[in-house]
Design a protein around this ligand. Structure first.
Ligand SMILES: [Zn+2]
Length: 340
């Protein structure tokens, strides 16, 4: 006999990155019950993403023997500027097809579910603020360092997106003159020197002209080195790798210190793929940040690594749905979701 589907309400969360999408199932806030990753990337455009999500949701529902009538909705964290109120992607950095794209509306039509959409760093900040190691400290700057760099800002316990929903674009602060061209169209952005792709680019450009162990590593891996390799070689004492990593952390420290001076953040949490480097990364960023904070006592600012860098966007995305469902149940909003 076919088992009866579970009657418990559930939510879906989705992390849309530059090269993959992850779908998460949540049966309660703050806990991931199942996760599915697909390599569909945003470059293929919105229709490919929606098609992929629809089939992932179908697979997840069947696998976990769920009935869609108990689904509270889908929360999405999208890598790029998003108007959370309208559920609209403002711009896909250098990716055609995403300008002013009504992602929430299109997903609601395709899935017949309530949908919330937010910028991934903002959604991640929400997850980190509520369930991370530094949970609910009042204010927080959450910086995600992966292929690119983004940030989410929490002030007085609430996510701050800015009037135009562009707050937290710290990766596109101009940090150096005559710098490399960034995906956003400018030159010298923080992202060009301190993100995973930035570090990779610098290492591959510079290694041919210098005495460095990176060249030997590149020969083993098709002629190029990854950001992880640059960190490995820096740990082993390679001079060029050390210089590239130190520069990245120095620029990160400058940008974080500027944010702290402006907003008075007491808690900084680093998330994203580069936090695999753990204390090695944190200590350097901490050192360079404090060098720029001469007016603020050390004990007033804490720089931490996210305890859940892999799942913080998933958890935030699920929370948007559980929270909007709770508001609907309480007789508040109806259908027009936004970030809490
Ligand atoms: Zn930029």
């Amino acid at each position: 006999m076919k088992p009866e589907p579970s009657q418990k309400p559930f939510a879906f969360g989705c992390d849309v990155g530059a090269t993959k999408i992850a779908l998460t199932l949540g049966l309660e806030p703050g806990v991931i019950a199942d996760r599915l990753v697909d390599s569909t990337d945003r470059v293929k455009g919105p229709e490919a993403l929606i098609k992929s999500l629809v089939s992932m949701i179908r697979m997840m529902t069947e696998k976990n023997k769920l009935s869609m009538k108990n689904c509270l909705g889908l929360g999405v964290g999208f890598a790029g500027p998003v108007n959370g109120k309208m559920g609209m992607v403002i711009k896909g950095a250098n990716i055609p097809g995403w300008e002013n794209y009504p992602l929430r509306e299109k997903l609601q039509d395709a899935l017949s579910l309530p949908v919330c959409v937010g910028n991934d760093a903002n959604v991640g900040a929400l997850g980190e603020y509520r369930y991370g190691g530094m949970a609910r400290r009042g204010d927080m700057l959450y910086i995600t360092i992966s292929s690119g760099i983004g940030a989410g800002i929490v002030l007085d316990g609430k996510l701050y997106e800015g009037t135009n929903f562009t707050a937290g674009e710290i990766g596109h602060v101009t940090i150096m003159d005559n710098g490399a061209r960034c995906g956003c169209g400018k030159t010298g952005c923080l992202e060009t020197v301190a993100s995973g792709l930035g570090i990779e680019r610098i290492a591959n450009e510079r290694m041919s002209g210098e005495e460095t162990s990176l060249r030997g590593r590149a020969a083993e891996t098709g002629g190029r080195v990854s950001c992880a390799t640059v960190f490995q070689e820096a740990r082993s004492g390679d001079i060029l790798s050390t210089e590239i990593v130190e520069n990245a952390c120095r620029y990160l420290g400058r940008a974080i210190a500027a944010a702290v001076m402006l907003m008075g953040f007491s808690t900084i949490v680093l998330g994203g793929g580069l936090t695999k480097e753990g204390e090695f990364l944190r200590k350097k960023v901490d050192f360079y940040t404090r060098r720029q904070l001469s007016m603020i006592p050390d004990e007033m600012v804490g720089i931490h690594i996210s305890r859940m860098p892999e799942s913080v966007v998933d958890i935030g995305a699920l929370d948007m749905i559980f929270e909007s469902a709770a508001r609907r149940n309480a007789g508040g909003e109806t259908g027009k979701q936004r970030l809490p």
